[in-house]
Design a protein around this ligand. Structure first.
Ligand SMILES: NC(=O)C1=CN([C@@H]2O[C@H](COP(=O)(O)OP(=O)(O)OC[C@H]3O[C@@H](n4cnc5c(N)ncnc54)[C@H](OP(=O)(O)O)[C@@H]3O)[C@@H](O)[C@H]2O)C=CC1
Ligand SMILES: CC(=O)[C@@H](O)[C@H](O)COP(=O)(O)O
Ligand SMILES: [Mn+2]
Length: 397
C-alpha cells in the first residue's frame, strides 16, 4: 500500500508481540510487506525473541522493549541487524515519535495511553485496538487525536463494525448502537459456578484467540463494559444509546440502529485481521485471506438479553458513563488491578467486579479531569485504592 507519491506507507506497531500485533504483521505481509510498507518501530515487553525476529523480518528502524531490564537481551538479539534498540517509557516515546503515518495502538492496558497520545499528537492515523485509551481519557483522547490532525480508526471488532455501518450522511438519524457480546466461557454459568472458576478456564474464549487480559475480560464481561464506554466516546453517544446484546456465535460484530427502524450490521468470521485490514486501508477495503462466511453451515444466529446480575460489569459501565468525570478511568484502573490479583490467585473470579464497584464508590468524588495529567492521577489513585481493598479482603479471609 504505497502513498500517493509511490513510496511505501510508514507504520509503527505499539505492542507488535501481542495477539493484535502478530495479526497486524500478518495483514501487512498479505498486503505487500516491505514493497508496500516501511516499518518504523515495533514494541513489545517481555517477548524479546519474537520482537527481535519481527524487527529483523520487517527491517524495522527501531525495536523497543517496555521492560528496561530486557534492553541488553534485545540489543544482543538484534546485533548486526541494523535495527536500533531502545527500552522503557522513553523507548516507547521514541517509537511513537518516529514519523510513521499509521500507528497501531495494541499495547494492553493503560500502559498504552502515553505512547498512543504521543503518536496522535504528531498527527499519525491511530488504529485503535487499545480501548483503555478511550475508557480512561475519553474526550481528552479524542481531542488529542483531533488536534494532531490524524484519523482515529477503531480496530476493536465491535467498534470497527459500527464504524463500517455508520454512514456519516445519516448521522442525524442514528438512534442507537448495539454491541454484541459473546457472553464468554461462563455465559450459561450461575454465580455459584462462577465463584470457583480458574484462570485457565476464564481465559478460554469460545470464539476468539486473544491475549490474556481481554480474554478474562470477556469472561467477566468487563471487556464489554470497557467497550460500552469506548463506543460512547468514539461515536459521541449518550449512555442510553449504547446497548449490549449477547450473541454467542460472534458472527454479527455489532449493529447501528436508525430512526426509520433500520438496523445495519457488519458480519464476518471471528478474525481480527478483517478489522485490522480495514483500519490499514480505510476508506478502501483490502483483499484478505480470511475465512468467508458460509451461511448454510452457520444455519443460525442467536441473541439473548445480557444478565447484569451474573455480570455486574455491564451495570458498572452504565454507572460510570452516567456519573461521567473520571469514573470510567477509575473503573478501568480498578479492573486492571483486580484482574492482576485474580491471575495471581489472590482473589476469586467474582471478586473482580466487587472490587471495582467498591473502588468506584470510594472514589465517587474525584474531580473531573481537565488534562491528561488528571487522568493519570485518577488512574493511580484507583490502583492504590484497589490494592488497599484487595489487602483488606485478604486480611478478612
Ligand atoms: N486480541 C484481540 O483480538 C483484541 C484486543 N483488543 C485490545 O488490544 C489491546 C492488545 O490486546 P492483545 O493483543 O490481546 O494483548 P496481548 O497481551 O496479546 O499483547 C499485549 C502487547 O502489549 C505488550 N505489553 C504488555 N505489557 C506492556 C507494558 N507494561 N508496556 C508496554 N507494552 C506492554 C506486550 O508485550 P509482550 O508480549 O512482549 O510482553 C504485547 O506486545 C488490548 O487493549 C485489548 O483490549 C481489542 C480487540 C481485540
Ligand atoms: C475481538 C474483539 O473485539 C473482542 O473484544 C471480542 O469481541 C471479545 O468478545 P466478547 O467480549 O464479546 O466475549
Ligand atoms: Mn471487542
Amino acid at each position: 500500500m504505497t502513498t500517493d507519491s509511490g513510496r511505501p506507507r510508514r507504520l509503527t506497531i505499539l505492542g507488535s508481540t501481542g495477539s493484535i500485533g502478530v495479526n497486524t504483521l500478518d495483514v501487512v505481509r498479505q498486503l505487500g510487506g516491505r514493497d508496500a510498507f516501511e516499518v518504523m518501530a515495533l514494541t513489545g515487553n517481555g517477548n524479546i525473541e519474537l520482537l527481535a525476529q519481527q524487527a529483523r523480518e520487517t527491517g524495522a528502524k527501531l525495536a523497543v522493549t517496555a521492560d528496561e531490564s530486557q534492553y541488553m537481551t534485545l540489543k544482543d538479539a538484534l546485533f548486526g541487524s541494523g535495527v536500533d534498540v531502545a527500552a522503557g517509557v522513553s523507548g516507547l516515546d521514541e517509537a511513537a515519535s518516529l514519523e510513521a503515518e499509521w500507528v497501531m495502538a495494541a499495547i494492553v492496558g493503560t500502559a498504552g495511553l502515553a505512547p498512543t497520545l504521543k503518536a496522535a499528537s504528531r498527527g499519525a492515523d491511530i488504529a485503535l485496538a487499545n480501548k483503555e485509551c478511550l475508557v480512561s481519557a475519553g474526550e481528552l483522547f479524542v481531542e488529542a487525536v483531533r488536534a494532531g490532525g490524524g484519523r482515529l480508526i477503531p480496530v476493536d471488532s465491535e467498534h470497527s463494525a459500527i464504524f463500517q455501518c455508520l454512514d456519516n450522511d445519516q448521522r442525524h438519524a442514528l438512534e442507537r448502537i448495539v454491541l454484541t457480546a459473546s457472553g464468554g466461557p461462563f455465559r450459561t454459568y450461575n454465580r455459584e459456578q462462577m465463584a470457583n472458576v480458574t484462570v485457565e478456564t476464564a481465559r478460554t474464549h469460545p470464539n476468539w484467540s486473544m491475549g490474556l487480559k481481554i480474554s478474562v475480560g470477556s469472561a467477566s464481561m468487563f471487556n464489554k463494559a470497557l467497550e460500552m464506554v469506548e463506543a460512547k466516546h468514539l461515536f459521541g453517544l449518550r449512555p442510553d444509546q449504547v446497548e449490549v446484546i449477547v450473541h454467542p456465535q460472534s458472527i454479527v460484530h455489532s449493529m447501528v440502529g436508525y430512526s426509520d427502524g433500520s438496523v445495519i450490521a457488519q458480519l464476518g468470521a471471528p478474525d481480527m485481521r478483517t478489522a485490522i485490514g480495514y483500519s490499514l486501508t480505510y476508506p478502501k477495503r483490502p483483499k484478505l485471506d480470511v475465512e468467508r462466511l458460509d451461511f448454510a453451515k452457520l444455519a443460525r444466529l442467536d441473541f439473548e438479553a445480557p444478565d447484569e446480575k451474573r455480570f455486574p460489569a455491564l451495570r458498572l459501565a452504565r454507572t460510570a458513563m452516567e456519573r461521567g468525570g473520571v469514573q470510567a478511568a477509575v473503573m478501568n484502573a480498578a479492573e486492571e488491578t483486580a484482574f492482576n490479583a485474580f491471575v495471581a490467585g489472590r482473589i476469586g473470579f467474582l471478586g473482580m467486579a466487587e472490587i471495582v464497584e467498591d473502588v468506584m464508590e470510594r472514589l465517587i468524588s474525584l474531580p473531573p479531569a481537565r488534562t491528561i495529567a488528571d487522568v493519570f492521577a485518577a488512574d493511580s489513585e484507583a490502583r492504590r485504592t484497589a490494592a488497599q481493598v484487595i489487602a483488606i479482603r485478604e486480611q478478612a479471609a
